[in-house]
Design a protein around this ligand. Structure first.
Ligand code: EPZ
Length: 427
């Protein structure tokens, strides 16, 4: 079993280059299926969700070539299998994008119910609503989702819930449907705009991505393209918080500052300095951290995927902060682990009250999901003493070489292999 072993108390200083966005890449990779020619994807993050997505494409008959560490040439013309194997699909949430892409290209798909971070109920009713609106039949069959259509016809799609996944899946299914589709109450995250830009670079006709109304005119043919994935807003935010939590001074490069606005504004309220440049932000601390309140919302609100990391930072601030989780039912499971490090946080449903204790102590902790793991690493870097983070596979699903990037900034973090099970040792 592998763990991150962290010796806390060192300030992070220097420069870090942000990788491509996980939540854009996991939508764009399946979207290659829609193309009738080979595509080249650049700035793809080296994370396990991407490896699984590329493996699924390969298993379905696509040709996947690695041109460099972050660049892949994918020729999906040889796909002859419309079923995404259970074992691959259930390892991540984003496997459901293969439903939209396969349906959009072949009018049929069979994908297992998705996996992903345990954040409470994670239904896919809105995805299926979108597919049905376009004329598809959707069935759940022994843990597999079957969708098929005689032909897909453009339609009005009203999402009852602002859903990133359903918005992206509706785009994938509609892009070759006959006629006009209009997605209303669409999510507006940067990765949705990135998927739309990717599809348009292949010759799709999508307008309005990034607003709550997206119009898609179906096209008959999608050509090959070369496309670079946008930088990861949440990885950048994670490094911003890590710099603040350790009292460091870090230049975070290859970012789109506009995507970081809600995070930068919140950090400045806490007393962190944030200086924006064209494609980088500098984060440093030269005074006390103070309490603030956070409510996570769909974009452009404060991103839910930054909530655990901010909770760690607020444990180090003076005063009482209130965090309200506005997207997921259960996104405070990491609080028990932070308490092992001395955090004073009480949780009632979707609200957490954080008493700033100003310090944390190193302890053995477990990552229960991707962003919780990032929050625990930040806590370990800021704490006094040694922290061991278990179940780091969650973290490696969505962060590209996080330990090496932190080491380069002066963080004392190493990945260690420990024989035996993951049963927590009594200490
Ligand atoms: C995406 O999940 C991200 N994952 C999540 O990031 C992120 O937290 C979330 O969007 C919100 O920004 C990927 O992009 C792979 P949703 P997704 O559909 O698409 C409800 C990370 O850390 N809902 O926007 O699954 C749902 O229960 C991960 O990178 C329905 O009711 O999220 C939730 O309350 C964690 N029916 C809300 O909508 C549906 O059919 C938002 O979910 C779909 C969603």
């Amino acid at each position: 079993m592998e763990k991150f072993v962290i010796k806390g108390g060192r300030c992070l200083n220097g420069e870090v280059v942000i990788s491509g966005a996980k939540n854009a890449a996991v939508g764009i990779i399946p979207a290659v299926i829609l193309s009738d020619e080979p595509c080249i994807l650049e700035n793809v993050p080296d994370i396990s969700d991407v490896s699984i997505s590329l493996r699924i494409l390969h298993e379905m008959g696509a040709k996947v070539q690695t041109l460099s560490r972050d660049t892949f040439r994918i020729d999906a013309s040889g796909i002859n299998n419309y079923c995404v194997p259970y074992e691959s699909a259930r390892q991540m949430r984003a496997s459901y994008y293969f439903l939209g892409a396969l349906l959009g290209k072949f009018n049929k798909a069979r994908v297992s119910m998705p996996g992903g971070c345990p954040l409470g109920d994670r239904p896919i009713d809105q995805h299926l609503k979108a597919f049905s609106a376009l004329g598809a039949r959707c069935n759940l069959d022994h843990g597999m989702i079957d969708v098929s259509a005689d032909n897909l016809k453009g339609s009005q799609i009203y999402l009852d819930v602002v859903s990133v996944g359903a918005t992206m899946n509706a785009m994938l299914a509609a892009v070759k449907a006959k006629g006009l589709s209009v997605i209303e109450n669409a999510a507006k995250e940067p990765h949705i705009v990135d998927l739309a830009n990717f599809l348009n670079s292949m010759g799709a006709d999508i307008m309005g991505a990034g607003t709550d109304v997206i119009k898609i005119r179906g096209v008959g043919y999608l050509r090959g393209t070369t496309y670079s994935v946008i930088p990861d807003q949440i990885e950048a935010g994670t490094f911003m918080v890590a710099a603040a939590a350790t009292g460091g001074d870090v230049l975070i490069k290859n970012v789109i500052p506009k995507h970081l606005e809600s995070i930068s504004n919140k950090l400045e309220k806490i007393g962190v300095n944030v200086e924006e440049f064209d494609d980088s932000v500098r984060v440093w601390v030269d005074g006390p951290l103070v309490k603030t309140n956070i409510k996570t919302m769909p974009h452009p609100g404060f991103p839910t995927d930054m909530q655990p990391q901010m909770a760690t930072l607020l444990t180090l601030a003076e005063g009482t902060s209130i965090i309200t989780e506005g997207v997921w039912e259960q996104r405070f499971r990491y609080v028990d682990e932070l308490r092992r490090m001395g955090a004073d946080i009480s949780v009632d449903g979707k609200v957490a009250v954080v008493e700033g204790t100003g310090c944390l102590q190193g302890a053995p902790v477990k990552a229960c999901d991707l962003r919780a793991g990032a929050a625990l690493i930040i806590a370990g870097l800021a704490a006094s003493g040694v922290t061991e983070v278990e179940d780091i596979h969650h973290i490696e699903r969505g962060y590209d070489n996080l330990d090496k990037k932190l080491q380069a900034l002066g963080g004392d973090i190493i990945k260690k292999h420990f024989p035996g099970s993951s049963v927590r040792k009594a200490i």
